[in-house]
Design a protein around this ligand. Structure first.
Ligand code: ZN
Length: 233
C-alpha cells in the first residue's frame, strides 16, 4: 500500500471508534484488552524505588516527513538509545499528538511526544513526554514548528533538522510504566510504555503552529482492564 493512502482518521467514519472495523489488521483496536492511551490515576500506581532506565541521546540529524495523519522525525543513525531493565532499545522515530493522549489524574496536556524505540527482538518501547505551554520556555521548537506545516502538506517533502531528544524530556525523569499498545492503527499490543511525569514548557507561538497541523490527533482514553501501572523515581 503506498504511503499516501491513509485509510484511518481521527474523526468521522474512519475515526477512533470505528478503527476496529476498517480492516482485519485493525481489529485489535476493538477487541484488545491492553490498549493505549490510558488515564494514569496517580493514587493507584505501584511505587517502585530506583529507575531501571538510562537515556543515551546526543545531538544528531533527523529527517522530518509526513507519515499518515502526522509528521514523524527519523534519526539518520541508529545510535540513539535507552537501556530498560538491561535491554537496549534503539530510537526508530518520534512524533507528537495534540492534545496529549495519556492523561494524569484525568488531566490532558497540550502536547505529548512519542519516542518509539525497538530492541534486537523487535519489541517496542515508547517514551511519552508531555509539554506545557507557557512563558518560562524550556525548549526552543522554532525549527520544528517552521518545518511541520511544510512537510505535512506533501508526502514528497522532507526537511533535515539537528536535534537532541534529551531537550524534549524533562530534567527530572520520574516515570510511569505499563504494558499497552500503539495508539494509531494497527494498535498492536505488547508495547512497553514509559510516560514521564514532569514536563518541559514550550511557547504559545509553537503551540499554535503545531496545533494547526496536528491538532486533534489524540486517540480517546482506553480501559485499563486490570493492568497495573508502576511509578519509578
Ligand atoms: Zn504516537
Amino acid at each position: 500500500m503506498p504511503a499516501y493512502e491513509i485509510n484511518w482518521s481521527y474523526k468521522g467514519d474512519k475515526g477512533p471508534e470505528n478503527w476496529g472495523h476498517i480492516c482485519s489488521d485493525f481489529e485489535i483496536a476493538q477487541t484488545g484488552e491492553k490498549q493505549s492511551p490510558v488515564d494514569i490515576q496517580t493514587d493507584d500506581v505501584k511505587n517502585i524505588d530506583g529507575s531501571p532506565i538510562d537515556f543515551h541521546y546526543t545531538e544528531t540529524n533527523f529527517t522530518m516527513k509526513r507519515v499518515e495523519n502526522s509528521v514523524h522525525l527519523f534519526p539518520h543513525e541508529k545510535d540513539q538509545y535507552v537501556t530498560f531493565r538491561d535491554d537496549k532499545y534503539t530510537l526508530q522515530a518520534f512524533h507528537a499528538h495534540m492534545p496529549s493522549e495519556h492523561h494524569l489524574d484525568g488531566e490532558s496536556y497540550p502536547i505529548e511526544w512519542h519516542f518509539v524505540h525497538e530492541n534486537a527482538r523487535g519489541e517496542k518501547l515508547v517514551i511519552g513526554a508531555f509539554m506545557e505551554v507557557g512563558t518560562n520556555i524550556s525548549i526552543d521548537l522554532t525549527n520544528v514548528r517552521r518545518a511541520f506545516p511544510e512537510v505535512f502538506k506533501d508526502f514528497g517533502i522532507e526537511r533535515e533538522l539537528t536535534l537532541n531528544v534529551d531537550d524534549f524530556l524533562p530534567e527530572e525523569k520520574a516515570f510511569f510504566s505499563y504494558e499497552g499498545s500503539l495508539t494509531t492503527p494497527p494498535t498492536v499490543e505488547g508495547i512497553t510504555w514509559i510516560v514521564l511525569k514532569n514536563r518541559r514548557v514550550f511557547g504559545h507561538v509553537a503551540h499554535k503552529a503545531l496545533e494547526k497541523v496536528i491538532g486533534g490527533t489524540n486517540r480517546p482514553i482506553q480501559e485499563l482492564n486490570g493492568r497495573k501501572i508502576t511509578f519509578h523515581k
